[in-house]
Structure formats: C-alpha cells, structure tokens
Write a protein that binds this ligand. Structure first.
Ligand SMILES: Cc1cc2nc3c(=O)[nH]c(=O)nc-3n(C[C@H](O)[C@H](O)[C@H](O)COP(=O)(O)OP(=O)(O)OC[C@H]3O[C@@H](n4cnc5c(N)ncnc54)[C@H](O)[C@@H]3O)c2cc1C
Length: 299
C-alpha cells in the first residue's frame, strides 16, 4: 500500500495498490490500482472531474456484498465511509442520510428519535449507499420503502437530486441512471412509539439464532427465487458444509459462505459456481447471485 499526497485535503486518502481484502467483509480480494476515500464533496467533485478520466470507477461502502477477485481491480475504487452528510433530522418526518452511514447506526438513531419503519436497517451490515444500490432489506422492510429522494454524482462530478420516479425498484434490484452513484438520501418516516433500542437488540438476537453473524461472510450469496428460498434449495441439495479450501457453506444458514481462515476469492467463487450447478441439477432452479463480483482472476 502506498499513500499519495495530491493536495492538502486528500493526504493519506489516495492509496495505490491497496488490498481490497481490507475493505470487504469476506476479507478477500487483490489490490486496486487507486483507492480513494474522500471526506468532502468538493474533493470528490474535483477528483471525478479532473483525475483518472479513462479509468473504470467502482464504489464501495462496507464491502459486505462484494467479492473482489484475487487479481484485484484495474481502475479506481471510491470508498464512501468518510463522506460528509451523516444523519440529520430535517423535520418531523424526514431524515437526510449520507451514503457512507452504516445502516446499523441509522437504525439506532431512528429508534432514539422514535421514527419508523427503520428498525429493519439494523439487519443490514452495510452502508446506506450499498443499501440503496441493492434495495437491501431485512425483517420485512426494504430500503426503498422509505426513500423520498436521493442525491447522486456522475462521472464528471455533476450533482443531482432524483426522486423515486427515476428508478425501477424491485426485490434486491434498483435500475436507474447509469454512471451515477449515490451520495445520500432523504428518508420519509413516521412517528413510531414502539421504536426502541431494545426492540432492535431483540431482532438481532433472533437473527443470530439462524444466521452465522460475526463470521467472514457476505450474507446471502444468492437471491431468493420467486416463491422459494435459496437457503432451502441449497440445504435440500445436501450442500451444507461443502468446502473449497477455507471457503465453506455455512451449517447454520446454507445461503451463507464463510471464509473460515485464509480462503481466496477463487475458492469462494468456485464454491458459488459448484453450489449453483448442484442446485440446478437437484431442483431445476437456476439461482441468481445477490453478491456483486468485481475484478480480475490471478493469471
Ligand atoms: C452477515 C451479513 C448479513 C447480511 N444481511 C443482509 C440482509 O438481511 N439483507 C440485505 O439486503 N443484505 C444483507 N447483507 C448484504 C449487505 O450488507 C447489503 O447488500 C448492503 O446493502 C451492502 O452495503 P455495503 O455498504 O457493504 O455495500 P458494498 O458491498 O460496499 O457494495 C455493494 C454494491 O453497491 C455498490 N455501491 C456501494 N456504495 C455505493 C454508492 N454510494 N453508490 C453507488 N454504488 C455503490 C458497490 O459498487 C457494489 O456493487 C448481509 C451481509 C452480511 C455480511
């Protein structure tokens, strides 16, 4: 890892050959050419409009839905974790949230303000930006259920505010303007006298009984097929405990793949492909990926 000083405001936040394993919850992934973690929108605008015009750009939040291959990423990764725009209550029912805010922090703040529905965000161990991309959901709630508008930035650093009409939203799928990324959102919530930190704790305790939390994983690897559950199909195919190297299909929740030690991205990807093939052979159902895969294989 090599830090590059490009000006007063970007010191130590522009890194060359930064290992992506440090930025993904599976803790795998080779180096990205340029890793940039801005802490001001102005810096970000300057960067996008002036630097690396020919490089491919990818964004990352907490890397909790991302498999980066062992050969790494040729291009630029922009990390949202230091972006300004944390959580601000605009009025009685509206909250502005920056893309880099962890959903768990958002859930707890809304509980303190007695606003809902927002407890479901506690089940999503990523950022709001990642949740907007995935229409992430938990405990029966989905991100875009509560979105009023979003702020975006494009490849040239142009900022926009967009409403929900600009996006086609479905289960774990959001389609909108291409080459635009999320800087934050305004959420429309209601007063909820039942919202509390203790109810969030109870939800997470319940979740811990059925999911291997605290392990190196990306949550559910596959989307649930219509009228079914990916975990059930994987379990029925007898694949719990199947392993490639240190990558293992969880015994607790079959749609989770755990890095139990020093798995490589290649082990995880091979296991994903094997699970998909075997489920297809067993049930006839072709599972679709929920996790995003980026980067190059080692040659
Ligand atoms: C233990 C565990 C449990 C999980 N449980 C759930 C669950 O219940 N429900 C659920 O939906 N998900 C779940 N996930 C998956 C994951 O937490 C969500 O998909 C989350 O929304 C990803 O956010 P992130 O910040 O980690 O995104 P990342 O993994 O960093 O990125 C995901 C994708 O979004 C893109 N991206 C990230 N930020 C931006 C941005 N600001 N603008 C544009 N693109 C961006 C990335 O390029 C990538 O394509 C779980 C994961 C784990 C590890």
């Amino acid at each position: 890892m090599r830090a590059v000083v490009t000006g007063k405001n970007t010191t130590q936040r522009l890194l060359l050959d930064e290992p992506m394993s440090a930025h993904t919850s599976w803790r795998v992934g080779g180096p990205v050419d340029v890793f940039y973690q801005p802490d001001s929108i102005q810096d970000l605008v300057t960067f996008l409009s002036g630097h690396y015009p020919d490089h491919e750009i990818h964004w990352v939040g907490l890397g909790s839905n991302l498999l980066v291959r062992d050969g790494g990423i040729r291009g630029v990764v922009i990390c949202t974790l230091d972006l300004p725009g944390r959580i601000e209550r605009v009025d009685e029912q509206h909250v502005q949230v920056g893309a880099g805010v962890p959903c768990t922090v958002l859930a707890r703040q809304c509980a303190r303000w007695k606003l809902g529905p927002a407890a479901f965000f506690a089940g999503i161990p990523g950022t709001l930006g990642g949740a907007l991309v995935m229409n992430a959901g938990a405990f029966g709630g989905e991100t875009w259920d509560v979105v009023k508008s979003v702020k975006t930035i494009d490849r040239k650093g142009v900022l926009r505010t967009r409403t929900t009409d600009d996006f086609k939203v479905a289960y774990r799928s959001v389609v909108g303007a291409t080459d635009e990324w999320f800087l934050g959102a305004t959420l429309a919530l209601s007063s909820d006298s039942d919202a509390s930190l203790s109810s969030i704790t109870a939800l997470m305790r319940e979740r811990g009984s059925s999911q291997p939390l605290g392990k190196r994983s990306c949550g559910s690897v596959f989307r649930n097929p219509p009228n079914g559950f990916a975990a059930q199909l994987i379990e029925v195919a007898g694949l719990k405990g199947m392993r490639f190297g240190d990558a293992v299909v969880s015994e607790k929740h079959a749609n989770f793949i755990i890095n139990t030690g020093s798995a490589r991205a290649e082990d995880i990807e091979s296991l994903i492909e094997e699970v998909r093939d075997r489920v297809k052979a067993d049930s006839g159902i072709a599972l679709e990926l929920e996790v995003r895969i980026l980067g190059e294989r080692l040659s």
